[in-house]
Design a protein around this ligand. Structure first.
Ligand SMILES: Cc1cc2nc3c(=O)[nH]c(=O)nc-3n(C[C@H](O)[C@H](O)[C@H](O)COP(=O)(O)O)c2cc1C
Length: 200
């Protein structure tokens, strides 16, 4: 099948869009409001986009609390959710007001960061401390403005739980990272294969 998303309906029973680029990592974004209320929410339009200096991005469909807080304070943390944290991750996606601290809502413990004032998820195997680099709007050629904007952060601090480091490498079987598929589906990464690049 083929469809032009600008002009044609996909014709399927369910919108396939989120299944077309998958699995997507989940950036579990923690922020602080200017009043000091912590916020936590998952974003699967999320990725690492540069190695050095390291940058990550997430994209918010509408100006949600996370984006509002990042724009106000210039800081966020991208926490990683392992399979053990799947229910808390899902619960933190609840649509609640900015006065609600999702750490308290989910019962998750906070841990301090070093180079940003935002708290991180203590139980997360990995947490990336970020400072806002830029917010990028997306405008189609015909002038249609996307609801989403890309929030790009420079990574200024990296936490890795000692418990997931084995022989100097992150052990995927100890992390069991959660990925987002389409629809209401997720994947737990447990199966690892290795391939050498041609010529190596
Ligand atoms: C796994 C998962 C991934 C999500 N990814 C996104 C995303 O990439 N962009 C977005 O705007 N909302 C996404 N959402 C929805 C937000 O998490 C939800 O709207 C949340 O309430 C936003 O919280 P905030 O207002 O505190 O930022 C996702 C939800 C889940 C469960």
């Amino acid at each position: 099948m083929f469809y032009d998303p600008r002009t044609e309906p996909h014709g399927l029973a369910h919108n396939p869009w989120l299944s077309l680029v998958m699995p997507r990592p989940i950036g579990w974004i923690s922020t602080l409001s200017p009043d000091g209320v912590a916020n936590l929410a998952p974003y699967s339009y999320f990725n690492a986009v540069s190695g050095f200096p390291p940058f990550v991005m997430f994209s918010s469909a509408g100006r949600k609390d996370s984006q509002t807080n990042v724009e106000a304070t210039g800081e966020f943390v991208a926490n990683m959710a392992g399979a053990d944290l799947k229910d808390a991750m899902n619960q933190s996606a609840a649509t609640v007001g900015p006065e609600v601290d999702e750490f308290e809502l989910t019962g998750l413990e906070k841990a301090p960061c070093r180079n940003v004032s935002v708290p991180r998820v203590a139980a997360a195997p990995v947490a990336l401390e970020c400072v806002l680099n830029q917010v990028v709007p997306m405008v189609a050629r015909d002038g249609t403005k996307a609801r989403s904007e890309i929030i790009i952060g420079e990574v200024v601090g990296i936490h890795i739980a000692d418990s997931v480091i084995v022989d100097g490498m992150l052990d995927i079987k100890r992390i069991r990272p959660l990925g987002r598929l389409g629809y209401m589906d997720y994947v737990i990464v447990e199966d690892v294969i290795q391939m050498m690049r041609p010529g190596t």
